[in-house]
Design a protein around this ligand. Structure first.
Ligand SMILES: NC(=O)c1ccc[n+]([C@@H]2O[C@H](COP(=O)([O-])OP(=O)(O)OC[C@H]3O[C@@H](n4cnc5c(N)ncnc54)[C@H](OP(=O)(O)O)[C@@H]3O)[C@@H](O)[C@H]2O)c1
Length: 303
């Protein structure tokens, strides 16, 4: 297959590109940075500027599937202007892709789009298991962002594409992401959960996530799918597993929610919200997980 990837230079994108090359696929990718156009060996980079709605039309040439991962990181302080960027980067990039495709006036070969989404669309709940069939009624900032992002992706129906939205959980990778952030305090024996520590953490190992993305593209999945591993854990279990994997002590009590809210404001939702998310649908679509145990998953990613 020849695939067009947005966000290919990011945490998930880089690993996905490796996987796609291992399996013999060809890659076009869109980047907002001139410096990244030749950054991925053997892939072809094209420029776009979703803020201005511009896109290099050559990116679509001979492509049959789009994998849409682009979006400004949510792990940066949520000021009013940055919240706008979090939303705009997802909505405008989706709109720019679609407008670019429409300009091809039916001459393109693209049949499907697999788009990143996030489990942050689900309401926070300390015990309820979230499946794809649950009706969402967005209340929080993150829920509203993901909801609008998914609705924008649905617009590709007008071009006759099959649409798959992957509600991705906490992605565990070697560098960066949630482990990158938590490894530092844990290394100093300062790892701790927040609030009750009972919040559900629905994680997925990057190797399993790239398998899921590729399978969704190859098998033309349509609709919403949770991209999480089979065994979510509480935040306390997660933090203890990280400390054990790093051979570090774990003794601190959970940090009270009010302290976190004072420091991080609304962004504290990222660690105070609880998501117990089901992977049953992707399992029934043939995904076989390499990593189902949190500690083994973490150990595999530590140097
Ligand atoms: N990592 C997770 O745990 C996780 C969990 C759930 C959902 N997701 C979603 O999955 C997607 C990929 O995640 P990731 O962790 O790989 O993200 P990432 O490392 O932050 O990379 C995202 C990519 O998006 C592009 N980008 C950044 N700001 C942009 C903007 N304003 N307009 C257009 N493109 C922009 C960048 O590519 P260029 O600089 O090359 O343009 C960047 O490499 C994101 O949409 C994220 O919300 C991630």
């Amino acid at each position: 297959m020849k695939l067009l990837i947005t966000g290919a230079t990011g945490l998930i994108g880089q690993q996905l590109v490796d996987k796609l090359f291992q399996e013999g696929h060809q890659i076009h990718y869109l980047t907002t940075r001139v410096s990244q156009i030749h950054a991925i060996p053997n892939a072809f980079g094209f420029l776009w500027n979703p803020k201005k709605g511009t896109i290099d039309p050559n990116c679509f040439k001979e492509v049959t599937c789009i994998i849409h991962l682009a979006g400004a990181t949510v792990s940066k302080r949520w000021t009013a202007s940055y919240k706008k960027e979090i939303l705009d980067s997802r909505v405008q990039s989706t709109q720019t892709l679609l407008a670019g495709l429409r300009k091809q006036k039916g001459t393109h070969l693209i049949r499907s789009i697999v788009s990143a989404s996030a489990i942050g669309i689900y309401p926070s709940d300390l015990s309820k298991i979230m499946t794809e069939t649950i009706q969402v009624s967005p209340q929080t900032f993150m829920q509203k962002v993901v909801d609008q992002w998914e609705k924008e992706v649905d617009e590709f129906q007008s071009e006759g594409l099959s649409i798959c939205k992957l509600r991705i959980g906490l992605v565990l990778t070697k560098k960066g992401g949630v482990l990158g952030t938590l490894k530092i305090p844990t290394y100093f024996g300062l790892g701790a959960a927040f609030d009750s520590g009972k919040q559900g953490q629905s994680w997925i190992h990057i190797d399993d996530l790239t398998t899921v993305i590729l399978k969704a593209a190859k098998d033309n999945w349509e609709g919403v799918y949770n991209a999480v591993a089979p065994n979510p854990v509480t935040q306390t279990v997660f933090m203890k597993a990280l400390a054990r994997a790093m051979n570090r002590p774990y003794f601190l009590p959970p940090i009270p929610a009010f302290l976190l809210k004072m420091g991080a404001g609304e962004m504290s939702d990222l660690v105070l919200d609880s998501h117990w998310v089901s992977c049953q649908k992707i399992s029934s679509h043939g995904v076989q997980f390499q990593f189902t145990d949190i500690e083994k998953a973490i150990v595999s990613l530590l140097d």
